[in-house]
Design a protein around this ligand. Structure first.
Ligand SMILES: Cc1cc2nc3c(=O)[nH]c(=O)nc-3n(C[C@H](O)[C@H](O)[C@H](O)COP(=O)(O)O)c2cc1C
Length: 193
């Protein structure tokens, strides 16, 4: 079984990347294969709102790395998506990717990808300590899982973080992330593809 990490931070040794990697480490310890993609390394352009995906072809008309990433999403049994909060929301590269997820929804509002047997986790990190600050970002990443029809999603939110790798000093957060990966992997049967 496969676990896929999708990182919306360009800092590959940053707090988001480290928490995603820790969840995947837990999943590996339960026997899963893992892979992480960094959105800043992919060529994924913005949705143009052309609605080709709602027409006859049901395909996104923009040819770039989005389709390949969706193939990986389709193959994955566990998906861990993470973003730092930038200006009160997910990062630009995360939002650009999420907008393209619109192509997975048909004109009749059904979803083209059956992720009902997949498991999910979201990672949100930010500088602010205000407990309500991550709410909008959590909702936005929740829409990603709605577009996959994935019901079981664990939320890992760490606040008050700034410098790269700072989260490694938080023993409890790291333990929670690893345990989440183990538990999510443990609750999986092979996903319907
Ligand atoms: C351009 C930019 C905008 C940011 N905006 C916010 C913000 O609106 N709210 C917040 O709490 N933190 C904000 N931060 C802080 C980051 O969320 C924080 O440093 C986080 O740990 C970075 O994650 P990373 O280590 O995974 O890259 C911002 C950081 C940058 C670089």
């Amino acid at each position: 079984m496969k676990a896929l990490g999708i990182c919306g931070s360009a800092r590959h040794a940053g707090n988001t990347a480290l928490l995603i990697e820790t969840v995947l480490d837990g999943a590996r310890s339960s026997g899963m294969e893992t892979e992480t993609v960094f959105l800043n390394e992919l060529d994924i352009g913005p949705c143009t709102g052309c609605r080709s995906c709602k027409g006859k072809t049901e395909e996104c008309a923009t040819a770039d790395d989005f389709a390949g990433l969706i193939d990986k999403v389709r193959e994955a049994d566990l998906i861990v998506i993470g973003s730092p909060i930038y200006m009160g929301q997910v990062t630009g590269q995360t939002k650009t990717f999420l907008d393209r997820m619109y192509s997975l929804r048909r004109a009749d509002r059904t979803i083209r990808l059956d992720g009902t047997k997949k498991k999910g986790a979201m990672v949100v990190v930010c500088g602010s300590s205000d407990p309500s600050h991550p709410d909008g970002t959590r909702r936005t990443l929740g829409v990603f899982f709605r577009y996959l029809n994935t019901p079981d999603v664990v939320e890992l939110v760490e606040q008050g973080l700034g410098s790269e790798g700072e989260v490694l000093g938080r023993t409890e957060a790291i333990a929670r992330a690893r345990e989440a990966g183990q538990n999510l992997a443990g609750g999986l049967s092979p996903a319907a593809r």
